[in-house]
Design a protein around this ligand. Structure first.
Ligand SMILES: C[S@@+](CC[C@H](N)C(=O)[O-])C[C@H]1O[C@@H](n2cnc3c(N)ncnc32)[C@H](O)[C@@H]1O
Length: 422
């Protein structure tokens, strides 16, 4: 266990995880048995999933115990565990002694972190009651340097009046072993420019462009960033008080030479830098995810009702747009994702539609049978809900249903069919 966090969470039951192995030594032994396959393998390994029925702890430990070259190394692990709300959900248990919940989470976070690819990221979804506990745990397990951000997802758009202060958002803690270096791995978001954002008033052969300010806050500027500029019309401009230019005088001259500076139609405006549409990068993700951008709880329920009109709605599904955002930031096509609290199968469905390989683990057999399997079969058959239009999803690929059977006997785990999944 990395001792890289100055803080440590204590609870009844924590002591068992204080040993150097941090709880790993009590691994129970399990086997994976393939029970069925769905879809066609014509698309090969690239469009293929593994749906595992069983407790995620032995399942992840089993995967982690596979030989190095067969071990799945997910680039993304998304975990949406029971929040321990105490609600009597019909579909799964969400009432634990707090210390039992903490132990349950600790062991699964350790097992998940052990599986994660070196350049991967782990995203832990939680509510405002659980988030602080899980944040400290993740600091301990992955190290504080691995903390990337705590995303706030606006899960409701209507008022919430049950509590003294209505809770309308969840948290998603994002950790990556690469720490700051993960910025080079993660993807940016597609730009959402308004229709008139790009134009080409000066018929620049490089195509449509937009302009950005050259003024920056003065506090961090170097001496070379304070200078006067003479515009083509002869006007002399200096940065506003307490500001400087974003580039040095030398850098500015270079931009002028490259015709990347605009002084406006009359040649006398404060200079701005031209940014060409062909060169514009995507948006850097930020921590504020509104329901308009990534959906909300009701949208997720609507997706459920469309998929399962005759079944009671699964109580806590996440909208496909939310998972699409996570999957697209954290992975590229062909990468492997894993969800160890799969529920109705959202992460698996979205991963499949986006061309990622996936592993989904869910402990409730009824959820697998009534929700996850039918949903993923529909996806393979080209189901048109959720993100299907946006992803231009037409169907295809395959998935295996496996059962994780705990043996509870010491010994090396038997390699299941999953050995071929990575
Ligand atoms: C909040 S729900 C996940 C919802 C999911 N993200 C979706 O969109 O449908 C949590 C799920 O974790 C499952 N679960 C709880 N404990 C588990 C365990 N030890 N192993 C595997 N799954 C577990 C529950 O049965 C439940 O389906």
């Amino acid at each position: 266990m990395p001792a890289r966090s100055p803080a440590s969470l204590r609870w009844a039951g924590r002591a068992q995880f204080d040993a150097p192995q941090g709880g790993r030594e009590s691994a129970t032994v399990a086997t994976l048995k393939r029970s069925r396959s769905y879809g066609s393998r014509a698309a090969g390994e690239s469009l293929r999933g593994q749906l595992i029925e069983g407790d995620s702890l032995p399942a992840m430990r089993l995967l982690g115990a596979l030989p190095e070259d067969e071990r799945p190394r997910p680039k993304l692990i998304y975990l949406d565990p029971p929040f321990n709300t105490g609600e009597p959900f019909a579909h799964y248990r969400d009432r634990y002694e707090q210390s039992d919940w903490l132990s349950m989470m600790w062991e699964r976070l350790v097992a998940a972190a052990d599986l994660l690819a070196d350049d991967g990221s782990i995203w832990v979804h939680c509510d405002d009651r659980g988030q602080a506990y899980l944040r400290v745990m993740l600091d301990e397990i992955l190290g504080r340097d691995a903390f990337i951000a705590s995303v706030v997802w606006q899960r409701r758009y209507s008022r919430e009046n049950r509590r003294a202060i209505g809770a309308v958002h969840d948290y998603i803690h994002v950790f990556a072993p690469l720490g700051k270096g993960w910025k080079e791995v993660r993807n940016r978001l597609e730009r959402d420019d308004p229709p008139n954002h790009w134009s080409n008033p000066d018929k620049d052969p490089r195509g449509p462009w937009s302009s950005v300010s050259l003024v920056a806050q003065g506090g961090h500027g170097t001496e070379q960033q304070y200078y006067e500029i003479v515009t083509p019309s002869g006007r002399v401009v200096a940065p506003p008080p307490d500001s400087c230019w974003r580039v040095t005088a030398e850098g500015f001259d270079r931009l002028v030479e490259e015709k990347r500076i605009t002084f406006g139609g009359g040649g006398g405006n404060v200079p701005r830098r031209k940014v060409f549409r062909s060169e514009a990068k995507g948006l850097v993700p930020w921590t504020w995810w509104t329901h308009r951008e990534v959906g909300h709880n009701e949208e997720a329920r609507r997706e459920q009702r469309a998929l399962f009109p005759d079944l009671p709605v699964f109580p806590t599904p996440k909208p496909e747009r939310l998972l699409a955002r996570v999957v697209e930031i954290a992975t590229d096509e062909g990468d492997l994702t894993m969800d160890a609290f799969l529920g109705s199968g959202t992460t698996a469905a979205v991963s499949h539609k986006l061309g990622r390989r996936w592993i989904g683990i869910e402990c409730e057999p009824a959820l697998i049978k009534n929700y996850a399997v039918p949903r993923l079969r529909a996806v393979v058959d080209g189901e048109s809900g959720g993100i299907s239009d946006a992803a231009r999803w037409q169907g295809g690929g395959s998935f295996d249903l496996l059962r994780c059977v705990e043996r509870g006997v010491a010994g090396r785990p038997k390699v299941g069919e999953l050995a071929t999944a990575a």
